[in-house]
Design a protein around this ligand. Structure first.
Ligand code: GLN
Length: 542
């Protein structure tokens, strides 16, 4: 029998439910179980693709081109569970398919309702994930939102039905709450009691509580919570504030025997726990020496969540290069006039520049100024997606001298549209799910930075963009010294540009890619280009 764990949250949002669910996944994998992860998002958008990063944070992209919630990125960083379209379930998708079935007459004249039709659809999707691979042992499903929200009710009801249908030995409810500190460091359990009551009103008695608290809860507090919330005394855990890294959380849960209790409750016989990957991550974390400063020049810099995977990948790259990476957030709009004052006339304020992905015209000239600055000061530059397009625009404007050079995303007027739409994108009318999305192969040029990073001729990375390097300018670009070091296998699309290490650019490490390598970076293995970017930054500082 397959096992299911539902992770819900109460009291308030942003308690780290995604990290808690991922850490449980990591611990169960450490016990040799085959884990799958699902995120249920209560919003009505079909996917996260059409939401602004200000509203929603990063859009995490899977190999098969799903545009999902950033929690799926957490699952991918903490576990080895494959993440595809099937692992992201939204209210929008669920209603979309139920309504399509209704229009097709599949409900044979019945009245179509939230219970059973919507809840059946939710359960069917979770079951489908459990059945994809016969070896799957556990499916961990995180329910977005907070108990008490109107939108999450159908998802909690689906969980309740699954507990009822498969039994408590097979379906477990893990509930995350907040224990706030009031006045003189007094920890308050009342919000947690209310949150568990709200779960009980949905018909679910949580089996395990994970309490987010400033410090680890003492035994009397845990006993009080377990008595009031109707829980076994060994079933209250603390996710206390760490001043290290989220990657310590699996170890923190392990010390409290969370995985042991989960296995016992699910009736899975206990097996040896392998925590080596997480211990190694923490060793690397503690062995870091010195710090490098990366100027990240983007549009959504107020919110670190907008570039979640980029921040994580930089952190992973720091672990691999034994150095702390400090990200200096630079609002690109402010760079337009005074790149030198902000970045330092000779590179004294930052050690390297990263321009991440983005959409829309605002701040573009500031990003071009940052690329120009990194090229002239010979400081490492890493451009991701929009960041590669910026590198091409900078080259055309400031090396070739086409002052009007631009991307057709920002203007149709310029003569030199060095980044533009392909014909098949020009005809696209809908915004949702219509970009170049998901996994594409690329072929690298021997001897280039990119080939050296991946140590491979053929690579595969994920995309999320509409605009492309304009092929009619390939010759001008190459003749003037820009190196085009990776393309799609048929040669039709440019995937990577580099500044020459010799000749007139003589630049140590300047590279832009049309894809998003950050999505596949893990704390246990940094994405190759991030690793080499930070390596180049460390070396250029010497
Ligand atoms: N806006 C650009 C495009 O659509 C870049 C997208 C991105 O950086 N993800 O091509």
């Amino acid at each position: 029998m397959k096992k299911f764990i539902f992770v819900s949250g109460g009291v308030c949002s942003s308690l780290g439910k995604g990290v808690a669910a991922s850490s449980i996944g990591a611990l169960l994998e450490g016990r040799g179980l085959n884990v799958r992860m699902v995120k249920c998002d209560p919003y009505i958008n079909v996917d996260a693709g059409t939401m602004s990063p200000y509203q929603h944070g990063e859009v995490y992209v899977t190999d098969d081109g799903a545009e999902t919630d950033l929690d799926l990125g957490n699952y991918a960083r903490f576990t080895s569970a494959p993440i595809t379209k099937a692992n992201s379930v939204t209210t929008g998708q669920v209603y979309d398919s139920v309504i399509k079935k209704e229009r097709a007459g599949n409900y044979l004249g019945r009245c179509v309702q939230v219970i059973p039709h919507i809840t059946d659809e939710i359960k069917a999707r979770i079951m489908a994930v459990s059945q994809e691979d016969p070896d799957t042992d556990v499916v961990i499903t995180e329910i977005g939102g907070t108990v008490g929200d109107i939108e999450s009710i159908p998802f909690l009801e689906a969980a309740r039905q699954m507990i009822n249908e498969h039994g408590r030995k097979n379906v477990l409810s893990v509930h995350l709450t907040l224990i706030p500190e009031v006045g003189n460091s007094e920890l308050k359990t009342k919000p947690t009691q209310h949150s568990v009551k709200a779960m009980q009103e949905q018909g679910i008695q949580p089996d395990i509580l994970i309490c987010r608290a400033p410090v680890i809860l003492d035994e009397p507090t845990k006993r009080k919570i377990s008595t009031f919330c109707n829980l076994d005394t060994d079933s209250v855990f603390t996710s206390y504030n760490v001043n290290t890294t989220v990657y310590e959380i699996p170890l923190i849960f392990y010390q409290q025997k969370l995985d042991q209790v989960i296995l016992a409750k699910l009736g899975v016989e206990s097996r040896h726990a392998n925590l080596k990957p997480w211990k190694t991550v923490m060793e690397k974390f503690n062995n870091r020496q010195g710090k490098v400063k990366i100027g990240m020049v983007g549009k959504y810099m107020e919110l670190t969540d907008s570039y979640k995977s980029v921040f994580e990948a930089l952190f992973h790259a720091g672990l691999e290069n034994s150095v702390e990476v400090e990200v200096v957030k630079i609002d690109s709009a402010k760079l337009e006039e005074n790149a030198d004052t902000i970045l330092g006339k000779n590179g004294e304020n930052v050690d390297g520049i990263l321009v991440p992905g983005g959409f829309g015209q605002r701040g573009i000239d500031g990003m071009v100024a940052a690329a120009d600055w990194a090229r002239r000061n010979k400081l490492p530059y890493f451009g991701i997606c929009l960041g590669m397009q910026i590198m091409v625009i900078d080259w055309a404007r400031n090396v070739i001298g086409w002052k009007d050079a631009n991307s057709s995303e920002f203007t149709e007027e310029a003569e030199h549209l060095v980044i533009s739409l392909l014909q098949d994108q020009i005809d696209v009318k809908n915004y949702g799910g219509t970009m170049r999305l998901g996994k594409w192969d690329a072929v690298t040029l021997p001897g280039s930075h990119i080939a050296e990073a991946y140590k491979a001729k053929q690579i595969s990375e994920r995309h999320r963009h509409r605009y492309e390097f304009s092929n009619q300018y390939r010759k001008d670009m190459e003749d003037s010294g820009l190196k085009l070091t990776a393309t799609t296998p048929d040669g039709s699309l440019v995937e990577c540009c580099e500044w020459d290490t010799e000749g007139k650019t003589g630049h140590p490490w300047g590279l832009g890619v049309q894809f998003h390598p950050e999505f596949k970076s893990k704390p246990t293995q940094a994405a190759p280009l991030f690793r080499d970017f930070i390596k180049a930054v460390v070396e250029s500082r010497k």
